[in-house]
Design a binder for this molecule. Sequence first.
Ligand SMILES: [Zn+2]
Length: 96
Amino acid sequence: MTVIKVTCPRCGDLDLMVWQLLGRRQETAAYYEFTCTSCEEDVLRPTDHVTIDRLAAAGVRVVADLGPLTPDFLAAATRYLKENDCLVADALTLDS
Ligand SMILES: [Zn+2]
C-alpha cells in the first residue's frame, strides 16, 4: 500500500494511506485535503497540478472541482442541455 506523507499545521508530519486523501483539481489551482489522524481537523492544502497527477497515479481519488455554482454556469449548463435535447433541462431552468 502506498503511503503519502502530509503535514498537519497543528501536528506536523503524518503518514496517510491513499484513501485518506482527496485531490481537487480546478482550472487554475489544485488542492488536496485530508482529516488529520491525530487532531481530527480537516486540512486543505494548496498544491500544483503535477503533484495532483502524482497523487492520482499513486491511487488518490481526484475530483474536478468546478467551484461554486454561479448563475452564468447554470445558464450555460441549461443552454447546453436544451441544445442537446436533454430532458432534464427544464428542471434546471431558473426563470421560466
Ligand atoms: Zn493534526
